[in-house]
Every structure is written in structure tokens, then in C-alpha cells.
Design a protein around this ligand. Structure first.
Ligand SMILES: Cc1cc2nc3c(=O)[nH]c(=O)nc-3n(C[C@H](O)[C@H](O)[C@H](O)COP(=O)(O)O)c2cc1C
Ligand SMILES: [Fe+2]
Ligand SMILES: [Fe+2]
Length: 387
């Protein structure tokens, strides 16, 4: 549903509550929004399109907002199909409309679509401006946040930062939930690898007086912007956000799970501020990744499996490594019945991560946890808590 952001900027995006997995990977229990905005000035600009799943609904929103007028520009900040999926349809509907992007945007546009771009494009470079009349849009490039062509745009009149996927959140717009959890899960899973690039973007946009942030997913941010910028600064610098332990376990028949749960009790008894348990075989992987980045300590409990580690643990660690997981304390419990191999396998992956304090104590459980395992588990708890 259309909503006014300012007198001349209207939200014309759409909610998608039927998609099974966002990017074929992430569960979105409350759906996701594909945001798009209309700026009405002397010139009319559409800010990004939407996923092809929702083209018709978006065009309807756009027509309602336009009231018979035609847009002068479609600004394309990001070419990923969840935003650029309806570009060609709009370009064909309004043959006079110009497409605004950078050289990489148009390279991708020609790869995704068949339309003829001759005489239709306005190519911008870093720092270029586009006048819409009473305002200009300034384009700031955000390479690899999280695609190479990404840029953000600053509206000088309404002091809006159109932030592309930055500051995005899972969840349709009518979802009643806090911003933080679903934004963190979104950030680390989708942008997590590119902390340095996000830092560079934050530095560049610090020059602007930003009153509102209009992202491509999730709510428009209008108040207390320091809070969101602070979170992005923490996340992109790989600084742990909260003091706590994520215990991530991979258990086949339940014995490793039991040891993980016992470990949670021990850690709590020793004063751990927060302990979170995740069953890697059953719980959502993207949530596990979110929590691994959220807390400063990670305890891995893995069953040995065919001379390696149970695959959901390996998959979790490879995901973390791929997202540049770093700057944390990691402890390990392994389980094995005849030749425990889990710890070696986990260490191989964790050893390739940057700035990890790996606990010396590695607990090896033989099939099922016994009283005799407790002293070592206590020692591991002390070590991970830095006692
Ligand atoms: C298919 C399969 C492969 C296994 N491979 C190994 C192995 O290579 N080395 C080992 O010591 N234990 C191996 N185990 C035993 C498990 O690591 C584990 O000790 C046992 O299943 C108890 O823990 P759990 O209840 O958490 O699964 C294997 C178990 C299964 C079911
Ligand atoms: Fe994207
Ligand atoms: Fe997106």
C-alpha cells in the first residue's frame, strides 16, 4: 500500500508473503518487502523496481501514485533480481523514461534483459548528481555491498538516504516485530562477508545530513538513526555485539546434544550472561549464523562422522568462514565412538579464520557423557568465559 514518506516521496513497494525461501536460501516466516519509491519533483523519478513475482502489484501502486503522469527516470541502485526484476516491464511501459545507473549496472542490465538501451540511459559516476528540480540526487558507490554495481543515493531536499540493500530487514512491512533480530539475520547472511566495504560506505555517507533511510527491504527508518548506524558500525567491523555464548551442536543420536545442554547449565552456573543453544541439524542455519556473530563466544559440539564431523557442523563452519567470521573465542566438544575425528575437522576450518581465540581444552566424549567428563567440561567453561 502506498504511503507518503515526505510531501514528495511516496512508498510504492510491495510485500511478498508467499515466497518459500528468500534468495532460495533464507526462511522468511513473515515474508519480505521489495521496496520502491516515487519522487515527485519537476522531474519524476522511480527509485528501483521490484521482484518479478510482484510486477503487477507494483505497477498498480506506481500508477496510483502517478495519477496519469509518466516518470522521467527509473533509478537502479541494485541489479539483483529481487529489485531489478521489473525493470524491463517499466521501460517498455514508459518509452520516454530514462534509466539511471552506472557502467556496471548497464552491463548487468544487458545480461539480464533483452531490451535496447540505446538513447535510454544516464550513466553516473561516483559522486555524480542528478537534478530533479528542487532537489538533486547524489550517487555514492557501494561496490560489493554486496554486488559490484550497488550504489546509494542521497536526496538533498528531503535529506533521505536511499540505501539499497543496506539497512534492510526480512519481514513484510505489516509485520509487528522489532527491527533488530531480523535485520541482524539479514545483514550477516547476505552482507556479512563484506564488512570492509560496508565500513567504506558508512565513511562516505557520514558526510551527509541524513534524516531518513529508505532501504530496499523492511521499514523506512525515520527516527533515532544513530541507533541503526551504530549497529551497522558494530556489525561491519566484526565487533561482537553481546556478551554471551552460542552453543551450536551437531548430534546424530542425541548424546552430543545432551553434552551441549549440560554445557549450557555449567556455563550458566558459572555466571555466563547469556547462553543460547542451537541444534544445527534442525534449527535454521541463518539464525545460527546470526547468533554466532551476535555473541562474543562460540562453543561447538560435534559428533564424529565417517572420520570427519557430522555434516551440518561442517556446513555451519564453512558458512561462518565464508562470511569472514572473526574476533571471537571458540571452544570445542567432540564426540566419537571408535575414533573421534570431529575436533580435528572443526579445527581445520576454524584455524583458517582471523583472530580467533581457540580454547586449549578440547573435551572428547566417548559415545555418551559421563560423570568423569565433567571436570574437563568445567575447565572448558572456565576457559571460554576467560576465568
Ligand atoms: C553414520 C555414522 C558415522 C560415524 N562415524 C564415526 C567416526 O568416524 N568416528 C567415531 O569415532 N564415531 C563415529 N560415529 C559415532 C558418532 O560420532 C557418535 O559418537 C555417536 O553417534 C553418539 O553421539 P550422538 O548421539 O550425538 O550422535 C558415527 C556415527 C554414525 C551414525
Ligand atoms: Fe541484494
Ligand atoms: Fe535485496
Amino acid at each position: 500500500m502506498n504511503q507518503k514518506i515526505t510531501d514528495s516521496v511516496v512508498y510504492i513497494g510491495v510485500d511478498d508473503k508467499t515466497i518459500d525461501l528468500f534468495e532460495s536460501q533464507y526462511v522468511v516466516p513473515n515474508g519480505v518487502s521489495y521496496n520502491s519509491y516515487l519522487i515527485e519533483d519537476e522531474k519524476i523519478a522511480v527509485m528501483d523496481s521490484v521482484d518479478a513475482r510482484k510486477t503487477a502489484e507494483w505497477i498498480e501502486n506506481l500508477e496510483t501514485a502517478l495519477q496519469g503522469k509518466a516518470p522521467d527516470y527509473l533509478v537502479v541502485l541494485h541489479m539483483e533480481p529481487d529489485h531489478a526484476g521489473s525493470v524491463q516491464v517499466l521501460a517498455e511501459k514508459y518509452p520516454e523514461m530514462k534509466l539511471v545507473g552506472n557502467a556496471k549496472t548497464f552491463m548487468m542490465m544487458q545480461q539480464f534483459f533483452t531490451m535496447d538501451l540505446t538513447d535510454r540511459i544516464v550513466t553516473v559516476k561516483e559522486g555524480d548528481t542528478l537534478s530533479l528540480g528542487s532537489r538533486t540526487l547524489t550517487f555514492v558507490f557501494a561496490p560489493m555491498v554486496h554486488w559490484p554495481e550497488v550504489m546509494v543515493a542521497y536526496d538533498s531536499k528531503d535529506k533521505i538516504l536511499f540505501s539499497a540493500d543496506g539497512f534492510g530487514k526480512f519481514g513484510a512491512l505489516d509485520t509487528d516485530e522489532d527491527w533488530i533480530c531480523e535485520s541482524r539475520r539479514y545483514y550477516f547472511n547476505i552482507v556479512g562477508k563484506y564488512g570492509m566495504q560496508v565500513q567504506a560506505l558508512l565513511k562516505k555517507t557520514a558526510a551527509f545530513d541524513i534524516q531518513k533511510i529508505c532501504p530496499l527491504h523492511g521499514p523506512v527508518l525515520t527516527e533515532n538513526l544513530g541507533y541503526y548506524l551504530d549497529k551497522y558500525s558494530t556489525w561491519s567491523s566484526y565487533t561482537p555485539e553481546d556478551d554471551g555464548v552460542l552453543i551450536a551442536y551437531a548430534s546424530i543420536h542425541g548424546h552430543t546434544a545432551k553434552a551441549a545442554k549440560k554445557m549450557a547449565e555449567i556455563l550458566k552456573a558459572k555466571g555466563a550472561k547469556k547462553v543460547v543453544l542451537i541444534d544445527l541439524a534442525r534449527d535454521d542455519m541463518s539464525k545460527a549464523i546470526e547468533d554466532a556473530f551476535r555473541y562474543d563466544k562460540l562453543l561447538l559440539a560435534g559428533a564424529s562422522y565417517n572420520a570427519e564431523v557430522f555434516p551440518c557442523m561442517e556446513s555451519f563452519l564453512l558458512h561462518l568462514k565464508g562470511k569472514n567470521y572473526q574476533n571471537r573465542t571458540v571452544g570445542m566438544i567432540e564426540n566419537g565412538t571408535w575414533a573421534p575425528s570431529a575436533a580435528k575437522c572443526m579445527k581445520e576450518i576454524v584455524g583458517k579464520m582471523k583472530n580467533i581465540r581457540l580454547c586449549d581444552t578440547v573435551v572428547t566424549i566417548r559415545s555418551a557423557m559421563k560423570e568423569t567428563d565433567l571436570p574437563e567440561m568445567e575447565a572448558l567453561a572456565d576457559e571460554i568465559l576467560g576465568k
